[in-house]
Ligand binder design. Sequence first.
Ligand SMILES: [Zn+2]
Ligand SMILES: [Zn+2]
Length: 132
Amino acid sequence: MDINKILTESGLKCTAQRRQVIDILNKADAPLTAENIYEKSSDISLSTVYRIAEKLVEKGIVTKNTIRDSDKFYYELADNKHRHYAICLGCGNMKYVDICPVHDLKIDDFTVTGHKLEIYGYCDKCAGRAAV
Ligand SMILES: [Zn+2]
Ligand SMILES: [Zn+2]
């Protein structure tokens, strides 16, 4: 993906920090909080990550969602990829799931235009603890 193009088409300057935030989100295998982005970044302060992320949301490059009953916001690229998450009930970690089990869902006398699906369970790290 052409990060420079995405930024210029939105009327934003291609600063190294903006490019880095988009790059981190592009490579992530789950939606990220500002803290997650901050941990993966270099030379960007947490407050700057917040500022950049909010700017990217404002421009429609990034989407911001709450997931489950968390009070945290999760950022991901608004590239319209169809994705679902598996969410660990133990540690709260998430990962993208490639498959969509309801993709071909048909309902009589009804036109399906979309769906939301969150999958809950335990990651390998927490599965041992959950079994106790
Ligand atoms: Zn876990
Ligand atoms: Zn789906």
